[in-house]
Ligand binder design. Sequence first.
Ligand code: MG
Length: 379
Amino acid sequence: MTLAVYACDPAQTRGRRYPELPAPTRTDFQRDRDRIVHSTAFRRLVYKTQVFLNHEGDLFRTRLTHSLEVAQLGRSIARPLGLNEDLVEAVALAHDLGHTPFGHAGQDALNDCMAAHGGFEHNLQSLRVVDQLEERYPAYDGLNLTFETREGILKHCSRRNAELLETQEPGGVARRFIDRSQPSLEAQLCNIADAIAYNAHDIDDGVRSGLITLAQLQSVDLFERYRRESLAEHPALGEPQRARRLLYETIRRMLSAQVYDVIAATRQALSEAAPASADQARQAGAMLRFSPAMHAQSTALKQFLFAQLYRHPQVMQTTTQAQIVVRELFQAYSARPAEMPAGHASRLDTARAVADYIAGMTDRFAGREHERLTGRKLL
Ligand code: MG
């Protein structure tokens, strides 16, 4: 792997919170990636909702397959730009570890429950998972990841929480939300790879579920352009029994176009700003980007998915039920902490302990616990 001068070099890492001896053959970012893959929170991603609830079908994306797709897209973009693929992969695989069960519905409900106790933010929760909640090492809590991986995991953070984190870790991963600088280029890349991934797979899952149709998608420029291109090159894809292949071919071309667009636009931005180090790149403003034309098309696709899929009455109905499950779980554990495992029940910060416990649940475990505690089966 040849690293550009502006890439994060593992030899220059700002290090781990608890110093460790270097590994004989792996870099620090490879070790971070490996620790994430072996974590408990990572295994739970397979049973956590992306958009569709886990029990709605076996072929829909879950948080796990989504994270793998983000890692794949991230690596594809990182290599030609000379960025650190291992760091990109580590951040991509960890970026959703803090997600609650039931996707954004669960997160919103938990945030409401925690309103009087500091709220709930899933990016901050991802950092809590790798910093505190994983219990695997004899001498400390968490996975003891490098600064650079943790920096990438904390993708967003409210000002209030950033100031709180800054008091615990001065000059640490929250500082950039206070001084408004950027994270590493590798972290910026994961954000854009995340958006490319979900825009594409939500089309696929949306059509699979029957909630959106190919006909509706023809109003989306980014989709329609590559649908027409696919049909022009492969007219047989117009046959009704080949509709799924047409969908896949269209999405494949959309993905490639966005990946190559990001590479070209970012190369241009980097050659203009010419950062001479990873730290200079952090100060240079957002470098990872689409071209203006692709940015507009990607935004239009996002708006389409928001209106037609995420706000679809059928999605909204399960959303409402999922929020009831999370709220009632929160009430039940808050009233009777002993219903939680001893490690959570014994904590003095009860509300946060309940939030941590619920956030860690898979969709199906949350459903089962809700049924056990309330006697009602909602999902
Ligand atoms: Mg994501």
